[in-house]
Design a protein around this ligand. Structure first.
Ligand SMILES: O=C[C@H](O)COP(=O)(O)O
Length: 342
């Protein structure tokens, strides 16, 4: 059977796929945190093989068919924190990244997907603190927030006063979101109250800027540690919990993500507070993006597919999504270098 891809998109929209393009998130309160309480996680012991079994079947339990895939990939674009965190970042590179964040898909693809006139941007741009001002300027009027890493990213091994000062600097430069890193040693030595105090102090330094806590899960040794660190980060007031810096030996994985979203679910049950999730590091393909979106939909529900509660931290994902959408529209793949910056 010959399928006209553009017609398929239009048909899918009529058939209801467009529902997946409609934002459903209601504005929700920030996570104010709660008092430290180790009893929320002390008894938790994560069964690695059960987690691996669950994540191995994720993509087979729910398949996202062609027309819907396009809609879901558009959702994925809206969730990307388009990132550059390199030692050779320049204002020019940041400006190019911001231009891509404003218009993440080529105009012909936007038109073919029936999305002309609809606001389509990435979730945010994520940069180092000294690049925040350039990003804020380049994104002026776009509504795309600027996220800054801080607190001695990626290792977090600088004195606490400097880490807090770095947050205040980035906020002062105009950052709307701050991605902090935790002291892994607090987790590895089981010093949960020290971890809580550190994150709570960072949350205070963020002021109105939303805070994402990077747990650097690849450094934390066990999934039980990942669960416990997630719960402490939420108790201390993190608005998002995030897997990785992108610099650890192992970055975002589905098993780690499952444990973190279950912690978010447990925190929600105890506090009625919705905390966001950001897998980051090594997420490069449209297929990966779909797997994570399925995880969010299955474990936390539709609202956690929106940028208010879900982001991908990724420097290279957008290029593959654009390529797959081009294939969807034209039936052909383009060379990767046609999708430059992202
Ligand atoms: O927070 C974002 C990560 O650093 C991005 O990692 P990536 O370059 O592997 O996509």
């Amino acid at each position: 059977m010959n399928v006209n891809p553009q017609q398929a998109v239009a048909d899918a929209a009529k058939a209801g796929a467009a529902r997946d393009l409609v934002r459903v998130t209601q504005p929700h309160a920030r996570n104010e945190g709660v008092a430290f309480d180790a009893s929320w996680f002390d008894a938790v012991d994560i069964n690695l093989s059960a987690v691996e079994r669950r994540t191995a079947t994720l993509a087979t339990r729910r398949t996202v068919k062609k027309d819907w895939q396009a809609a879901w990939l558009v959702k994925a674009i809206e969730a990307i924190d388009l990132t550059t965190l390199a030692g050779d970042d320049t204002p020019g590179r940041v400006a190019r990244l911001c231009a891509k964040a404003r218009n993440p898909l080529r105009a012909d693809l936007v038109a073919a997907l029936g999305l002309s006139g609809r606001r389509l941007t990435t979730g945010a741009v994520c940069v180092y603190p000294t690049m925040v001002k350039d990003a804020v300027k380049a994104l002026d009027g776009s509504g795309v927030p600027v996220a800054s890493v801080a607190t001695g990213f990626p290792a977090g091994l600088t004195p606490m006063e400097q880490r807090l000062a770095e947050i205040r600097y980035a906020v002062g430069e105009g950052a709307h979101e701050i991605d902090i890193v935790i002291t892994r040693a607090h987790v590895l030595t089981g010093n949960w109250s020290a971890l809580y105090d550190e994150i709570a102090a960072m949350r205070e330094a963020c002021g109105e800027a939303h805070m994402k806590a990077i747990l650097a899960t690849g450094d934390l040794k066990t999934l039980t540690n990942v669960y416990r660190a997630s719960m402490v980060a939420m108790q201390a007031g993190s608005d998002f919990i995030k897997t990785s810096t992108g610099m650890e030996g192992v970055n975002a994985t589905l098993p780690v993500s499952l444990v973190m979203v279950r912690a978010i679910r447990d925190y929600l049950a105890r506090t009625s507070c919705k905390v966001g999730f950001k897998p980051a590091g090594g997420i490069r393909t449209a297929k990966d993006a779909l797997s994570w979106l399925i995880l969010m939909r299955e474990e936390l529900g539709r609202e956690w597919m929106e940028p208010e509660l879900f982001r991908f931290g990724a420097s290279g994902l957008l290029a593959d999504i654009e390529r797959q959408l081009e294939h969807f529209v034209t039936g052909r793949y383009s060379a990767n270098d046609r999708h430059g910056v992202a």
